[in-house]
Design a protein around this ligand. Structure first.
Ligand code: SF4
Ligand code: SF4
Length: 249
């Protein structure tokens, strides 16, 4: 975590993003508590009122009121709530009579914290890896392609004639993975190869960034990296002229 909190940066981050929808949500919450029972954190914590969805987004209101002048202890409390007491499932929104999107407000708050260098270390590392290597596990494109080729070789003994296409133009499906698979679980790729083989599907992997579709930036509210990840996938799909993208994550 960086030590210095910059109130101006906090306000400059939040203001342009707090559009009419957010402002309306912050103003119209009737504190009726109907969303309480919908949240698994609330029920799992013995109906702790601090876990009521509408209560978890109070920080946005408070931070704006204080014009971003908050200290690190306060932001630590915000961090604990938005990263550890809500998984942005959106169940509460379905039950709120006004459709207030708590998850989106939590996401915005996460993004604000991220802009101040406050986010879970593992997520920050995964984001940095994506920006540098084009995947969250820092696998080079060469290692990725070699892993696919190795999986193909391993499988060929069991399933004669099995091929795992890479960059096959005009394939029906572009299949993407979690970068953990080539890194730690190539056996998962073997199972997938088997399924495609037996199904007789026309698919391909791509060799350039876009093959790892895990969007961990989304969980930090890091919209620009999150967008980059989606764009890479679409770019590859367009280049390969596939009809569908299969995303397992
Ligand atoms: S159900 Fe909607 S209006 Fe009621 S407390 Fe929850 S967020 Fe506010
Ligand atoms: S979005 Fe968050 S607050 Fe709402 S039900 Fe899911 S975990 Fe609970």
């Amino acid at each position: 975590m960086s030590e210095e909190i910059k109130p101006d940066e906090i306000v400059n981050f939040l203001k342009p993003r707090l559009n009419a929808r957010f402002k309306m949500w912050l103003n119209i919450c009737a504190r009726c508590g109907l969303c309480a029972d919908t949240c698994h954190y609330y029920t799992a914590h013995g109906n702790d009122p601090k876990m009521i969805p509408s209560y978890k987004v109070r920080f946005l209101r408070e931070i704006l009121k204080k014009k971003g002048k908050v200290d690190r202890d306060y932001l630590q409390k915000v961090y604990d709530t938005v990263f550890h007491e809500c998984n942005m499932c959106r169940r509460c929104t379905l039950y709120c009579p006004f459709g207030i999107d708590i998850a989106l407000m939590i996401s915005l708050t996460r993004g604000m914290l991220f802009s101040q260098g406050i986010a879970p270390e593992g997520l920050v590392k995964a984001i940095d890896n994506y920006k540098e290597f084009g995947n969250q596990m820092a696998v080079t494109d060469q290692d990725w392609v070699e892993t696919v080729e190795w999986v193909e070789e391993e499988m060929a003994e069991e399933l004669v004639g099995l091929k795992i296409p890479i960059d096959k133009k005009g394939a029906k499906i572009m299949y993407t993975v979690n970068a953990r698979e080539p890194m730690f679980y190539p056996q998962d790729m073997m199972e997938v190869a088997k399924i495609f083989y037996v199904a007789g599907e026309d698919y391909t992997y791509c060799s350039k960034p876009g093959w790892d579709d895990t969007n961990l930036a989304m969980f930090c509210g890091d919209v620009s990296t999150s967008k980059l990840i989606v764009e890479n996938t679409f770019k590859r799909a367009e280049e390969l002229e596939v009809q569908q993208v299969a995303v397992t994550e």
